[in-house]
Design a protein around this ligand. Structure first.
Ligand code: ATP
Ligand code: MG
Ligand code: MG
Ligand code: MG
Length: 481
């Protein structure tokens, strides 16, 4: 099938190989770059070349890069287009071709190679980029009504607070005929889907925020594989493409529900499981193990959220009758099976990945079961207090801390469960309790400098002190004693 996820990936790489691009492998999700926690885009492995720090080995390259964006975790299941982990196909020029060819090839790829109807494509350019506007209009022939000038937020791309950056131009697919929505707002994904970004990489943003021109003008592009698959496979969202749906089917089977007839909230939960398991399996495969800091904490949080989501769907034990078992490995196996072309090394890692997941899940389930009774009781109290006083039900920070400190119950789980019932957790009070404990224990916890840029919002929620929540009490005692 020429429109299967794997075929689309291959066709993209072959299109650019035929235009003298060297096909290079995806780099690891763990970047060789201290300014970002995880690989967020295809350009990351080429950053030193863009900056002129190392010489280019080829003038043009093309890749299908595994990416993780923790800033999109909250979007998972809510939008049709965001994943935690996705594949970004890209073509790159290192001081070789620039806007004219990048635009012409992007158009040819979209309309000829993938056969997208020209009148379904809309273009955005950076507000003052008259050159890009003219190329789209005069050379390619896109009518002016379908080229939109947009600002910094959408059309000036940078990989982080500092580093290579530049104005960009993006291609959107218009679903108007299928979905009937008439509003022209490229940011609204009920009608439009951004799928291809062409970055005209020509500046370096320095520490003081100023833009200095790079020695060479470069091209850096990113096309979301899952998004193009969504368009070509004519499914309502990325999750229903052949890249992800089999994982969701496996989860539905374990939960004994059917995705196609499920209600929205069940579908969202199944999407979360499909998304998070994919991210987690690829991360562990690239050497990240669950822990309390940095990348390890990203994995741990995604795992916990998956386990809890599975329990909400009624998955018990391994989902196949063994109540002492773990269900993550069953779903992970599906991710591994699907990874074959994207990441040929994954299979060799399978036993380690499955073992890691099993251990982490069983440990977390123990924690959950210990804390759940007390949490239920506190939440009931909060609800009845709220309705007696006519105010928003609140769980005190002291109670959240008690759950954390005595039962090892992760506070983000407390917050999530509370939110589902419309209960607020007094986080300021929780933070005060944490701080008191930290000062009392006087132990030399290491603080870790966490990521900037795309990972900053996640990093904020990672406690600065080592997270001891679900370790055994004796481990706590050791640190504090
Ligand atoms: P969006 O506006 O939809 O969040 P973006 O502008 O943040 O996307 P870019 O940084 O331009 O995305 O990345 C290049 C391409 O990678 C996008 O056009 C899209 O096809 C894909 N992409 C980006 N983020 C995601 C994601 N979280 N899940 C799936 N694909 C993504
Ligand atoms: Mg985004
Ligand atoms: Mg965008
Ligand atoms: Mg974009």
């Amino acid at each position: 099938d020429p429109n299967s996820g794997n075929s689309i990936r291959r066709r993209f790489l072959e299109f650019f190989a035929a235009r003298d691009h060297k096909v290079l492998p995806s780099s690891s999700l763990v970047p060789d770059d201290p300014t970002v926690l995880l690989t967020i885009a295809g350009m990351l492995q080429f950053k030193p070349i863009f900056l002129g720090q190392v010489p280019r080995r080829v003038p043009r390259a093309t890749t299908a890069q595994k990416c993780i964006r923790t800033n999109d975790v909250e979007n998972v299941g809510r939008t049709a287009r965001h994943h935690t982990m996705f594949i970004m196909c890209g073509n790159f020029s290192f001081g070789d071709y620039f806007k004219k060819d990048a635009i012409a090839w992007a158009w040819e790829l979209s309309t000829k190679e993938f056969g997208l109807p020209a009148d379904r494509l809309w273009i955005s350019v950076y507000k003052d980029d008259d050159e890009a506007f003219a190329l789209w209009h005069d050379e390619v022939g896109v009518p002016v009504e379908r080229i939109k000038r947009m600002g910094e937020e959408d059309n000036f791309w940078s990989s982080g607070v500092t580093g290579p950056c530049g104005p960009c131009s993006e291609i959107y697919y218009d679903f108007h005929p299928e979905r009937g929505c008439l509003d022209v707002d490229l940011g609204d994904d009920t009608r439009f889907l951004e799928f291809y970004n062409l970055v005209f990489m020509q500046y370096n943003r320095t520490e003081d925020g100023s833009l200095e021109p790079l020695k060479q003008k470069n091209i850096d592009t990113g096309l979301g594989l899952e998004r193009l698959a969504c368009i070509l496979q004519k499914v309502p969202n990325n999750y229903e493409t052949d890249l992800i749906y089999p994982i969701i089917e496996k989860a539905s089977e374990l939960a004994n529900v059917s995705y196609s007839v499920a209600d929205e909230s069940t579908k969202t939960k199944l999407k979360i499981i499909g998304d998070h398991m994919r991210a987690v399996v690829y991360l562990i495969s690239d050497g990240v193990v669950p822990s309390n800091i940095g990348r390890g904490y990203v994995v741990r949080r995604l795992i916990r959220r998956t386990v809890r989501t599975g329990r909400l769907l009624g998955i018990k034990g391994d989902g196949k009758g063994n109540l002492e078992g773990a269900f993550l490995p069953v779903i992970a196996q599906k991710v591994i099976d699907l990874s074959y072309e994207i990441d040929p090394d994954m299979r060799g890692q399978a036993p380690r990945i499955l073992e890691e997941l099993k251990r982490e899940e069983l440990r977390f389930v123990q924690t959950l079961e210990r804390g759940e009774k007390l949490l239920d009781q506190k939440l009931k109290e909060a609800l009845s207090n709220g309705s007696t006083n006519g105010c928003t039900p609140c769980l005190s920070g002291k109670d959240a801390f008690l759950l954390y400190d005595t039962y090892g119950f992760p506070v983000e789980i407390t917050v999530e469960v509370a939110q589902e019932l419309g209960i607020q957790v007094e986080m300021n009070e929780f933070d005060v309790e944490m701080e008191n404990q930290r000062q009392q224990s006087q132990s030399a916890h290491n603080t870790v400098r966490l990521a900037v840029g795309n990972d900053a919002d996640l990093a904020e929620t990672i406690p600065e002190t080592e997270f001891l929540g679900y370790e055994t009490l004796s481990a706590r005692a050791k640190v504090e004693g």
